[in-house]
Design a protein around this ligand. Sequence first.
Ligand code: FE2
Length: 395
Amino acid sequence: MIVSEYNMDLMNPFKFRMPREVTFGSGCSRTAPEKVPLLGSKRPLFITGSHMAQSEHLVYLIERSSELGMSPGHWDNVEPEPPAELLEEAVGYIRKGSYDCLVAFGGGSSMDFTKMAAVMAENPEIKVSDMVGSEKIPRKGLPTIMIPTTSGSGSEVSAVAVFSFAEERMKKGVSSRFLVADIALVDPELTLDLPPHITAAAGMDALVHGVESFLSLGTNQFTQDLALIAISNIYSNLAECVLNGKNLKAREAQSYGSMIAGMAFSMSGTAGVHAMAYPLGGQYHVPHGEANTALLRWVMEYSLEGCEEKFIPIAKAMGVYTDRMSACDAANAALKAIVELGGKIGVKTRLREFGIPKEAAAEMAEAALKEVRLMSNNPRPLDFEAVKKIYENAW
Ligand SMILES: [Fe+2]
């Protein structure tokens, strides 16, 4: 139902990268200890946020690693929207303990952090600030295994990691082939206990990944196909995951959609929404998923002008009946459906709800425009006045 109609020229070349092994399915995370020796490692370090320390899943993984004759460790200091400065501390711990494999157990912050720590452990001569941007990492890092416990970031399969830089009050992304994990274990069961507000924010982040991947100038046939599968799964299941979190079928579909969206945007890039979300995170500490949600409608309203027909497959993927609609009406229907979903699951939609002053629009616009990697990917060009106006509209 999804492919065709929007087909681009299949002869356009494209590349695709993802972990060398991706396992998806409820319960699969329990196999992580058996994967460590397959990577040539025997001393895994589990990396998590502090709230994960008591997780029975994590306790099992550490105990099982010991049973298998390994000497596992646990570093539980990852902070949300992780500060780049914290990486040095983690790398020191890794070197001191001679850990030879890093296992992330957590959401996007823990996975981004772990991927970058693995790279830094093997690239001692280069600072994280020098790796910001695209393909600036000299060589591969320690082997990594990703176990996502939320459904949103797609970091388990992506080539991207994002950090907060306190001095500049800015979030910045690192994109590199060496940030693709070796193994991803996507276990929807781990998301069953996620509280509704985290499910909602992470889920909307994943939906934005799908939408921006499909529309971005860096997209290709393959990432577009993936993006539509992601949008379809996420749009159909996110509300159920938020309202009835124990529904495993819905959680599975959401985890699947989030993972596929990660595969899509990892190659196509995201665009204006993510670029404009970075200052909200860096300057006002708005969680990533919530920042994206607050901006999505306004960036899309701006972006659809002149490329309305690109929104038709997105509308169809969300089940909007578009047959008798003009491209413009279909685009607006798609947008309306996304906004209504956000309302249904209770995510904040106004910047003022995060305590951001309206006058901050100009400063945030300047900061967002520095995200050239993402800004240049937007389907309609964004300049200072356009970005400032979008922030004001979103206020
Ligand atoms: Fe994101």
